[in-house]
Design a binder for this molecule. Sequence first.
Ligand SMILES: NC(=O)c1ccc[n+]([C@@H]2O[C@H](COP(=O)([O-])OP(=O)(O)OC[C@H]3O[C@@H](n4cnc5c(N)ncnc54)[C@H](OP(=O)(O)O)[C@@H]3O)[C@@H](O)[C@H]2O)c1
Length: 346
Amino acid sequence: MVEGSPPVLKPVSTTPAIAPFLLIAGSGFGYCELLLLLADPTQSTSISGKRGGRWSMSTMNGRVCLVTGSNSGIGKAAAVGLAKLGATVVIVSRNRSKGEAALAEIRNKSGNQNVELMVADLSSLQSVRDLARDFATKYRQLHVLVNNAGIFLPKRVATIDGLETTFATNHLGHFLLTMLLLDTLKASAPSRIINVTSEAHRRNKIDFEDLQGEKKYSGYRAYGRSKLANILFTYELARRLEGTGVTANTLHPGVVRTGFGKDLGGFMAVGVRILAPFMMSSGKAAKAEVRLASAPELENVSGKFFKKGKEAKSSAESYNAEAARRLWEVSEELTGKEMQRVAAAA
Ligand SMILES: NC(=O)c1ccc[n+]([C@@H]2O[C@H](COP(=O)([O-])OP(=O)(O)OC[C@H]3O[C@@H](n4cnc5c(N)ncnc54)[C@H](OP(=O)(O)O)[C@@H]3O)[C@@H](O)[C@H]2O)c1
């Protein structure tokens, strides 16, 4: 066991310094709410290893981890952290050249060569299925699945499957990947599933009448709902996995300086650039993912939301078990063809 410095996560009061910028940058309707959310000092965190309670990260020697969205940002930093603990890490990128650059960097920073790249687009059900098949041909075990990839799209874009891309990437692709890897996770127990959500899930409900944003679309709403879906999925998954030795937890990583929101334009892009110096580094944010993946004291903890390195309450709607059950059923229906093909091929 590697004793680590305690991740004492302290609020950073950023609002006074950035208030004038927020007024200017946040005047874009709809994006304003996201900017204010980003700047909320109760959500900014810093990690100090100097004070506070003890925490530990287990050695990950012999453990196999898969991290989606790990060619950049928090996912890449988490892959470095897991590789440093001795894990075999499979990183997933939708772009081969970005993935290869990240692979070299992760191996170099961690000193661990047991890091491998798999190329997959989480927004395509076929690509997710190919990823699960490629993984299964090379690995018999999976101890940690980190569903980290995420996207924010200001305008509605349809995927190759005709689905709304934010929902398809942030929720459905990860739902399918988890389902396809579940038997391996169970066979490898104790094992862990970590779904990366956001504080942006708050003040949202899943609109089952317009799940694909066909009637009405806003980037902020689509993102918030997809992040609520991450939590509903986690809680339902934890209920269904009880007694299997596989845990499912979700976390808000903090407000982090990454490539996130790179597709934004206008006021929002300006706002994110202005706020960047006040945000946490991806290295610090990734410590929370690595801790959830490795801390021995969390081995039996399941169905929880984490924020600032601690268990926290997610929105009231996220505990709506009926919504979680319905989302699960819709997700099964939407990925059904894929699941049936896998079952037939097995
Ligand atoms: N940054 C924050 O302040 C913040 C706050 C709350 C929650 N989060 C969450 O943290 C997670 C990581 O985000 P980040 O901040 O590290 O942003 P990031 O640097 O943009 O990382 C997102 C990753 O997801 C990948 N990705 C996006 N769409 C994909 C797809 N269709 N298939 C495969 N990979 C895809 C991206 O690949 P490309 O490089 O090819 O785009 C990238 O590697 C996300 O789930 C996000 O919602 C972030």
